[in-house]
Design a protein around this ligand. Structure first.
Ligand code: HEC
Length: 190
């Protein structure tokens, strides 16, 4: 039964019935199948898709509030400084005392700015800040202070010293995030 079917279909497609279908299609062309209209429809659909993707990306990533943008920029800068230091202890980049000292100073400065950058109780779609920051303000600032102390305690004299003193800083970043930051989709430890 099954192996007879392809044969039957072939016969129908090449038989007189198929011819008359083609002729009908030519005399009454379906406008949706005419090439220019098809192209225009395709282009319109693509534009809509791009617009949709764009707004979705905006809602996710682009801070719309100036204060939110600034506090996220502060955090990103801390991450970069920390990543440089971590790279030095893992030999991804050569240990360089003045570079390490600079990163330490940047971290002391930026952790000192955390309270100022989070003072305003504002948020937007890009933010991962928890509302608890503003109802537990004293505790939040203690976490910022702990982190600044850990940055001060970084030993930048040698790769070994850095390696010993970095974990305290990393865990103080992490401690605050665990309480006051909504875990973003991708898993990050700091
Ligand atoms: C006192 C609390 C606190 C401390 C300490 C802290 N953070 Fe944050 N961090 C936050 C909060 C809250 C957010 C979420 C901010 C938002 O999305 O509005 C955040 C967000 C971040 C982000 C994500 C930024 C983005 O692109 O969305 C990074 C990266 C980050 N912190 C790195 C660090 C590093 C590195 C340290 C330690 C040197 C640190 N943080 C210390 C509270 C803290």
């Amino acid at each position: 039964m099954q192996d007879k079917m392809p044969g039957l279909r072939r016969a129908a497609a090449t038989g007189p019935a198929a011819k008359s279908y083609v002729a009908r299609a030519r005399t009454h062309p379906d406008w949706r199948k005419s090439p220019p209209v098809r192209l225009m429809l395709l282009a319109a659909m693509m534009i809509i898709v791009v617009l949709l993707l764009n707004t979705a990306a905006k809602a996710d990533n682009t801070p719309t509030n100036k204060y939110v943008a600034e506090r996220i920029a502060l955090m990103s800068a801390q991450k970069n400084a920390l990543q440089d230091l971590i790279a030095m202890t893992r030999d991804y980049i050569v240990f360089d005392r003045s570079g390490a000292r600079e990163a330490r100073r940047a971290l002391i400065r930026s952790t000192g700015r955390i309270p100022k950058h989070f003072r305003r109780d504002v948020t937007d779609l890009s933010s991962h800040a928890r509302g608890g920051i503003w109802t537990n303000w004293d505790d939040f600032t203690i976490h910022a202070k702990d982190t600044q102390n850990a940055a001060r305690a970084l030993n930048t004299r040698s790769a070994a010293g850095l390696k010993r003193s970095l974990p305290r800083l990393i865990s103080s970043c992490h401690n605050c995030h665990q309480i006051y930051r909504i875990t973003p989709r991708e898993f990050t430890t700091h």
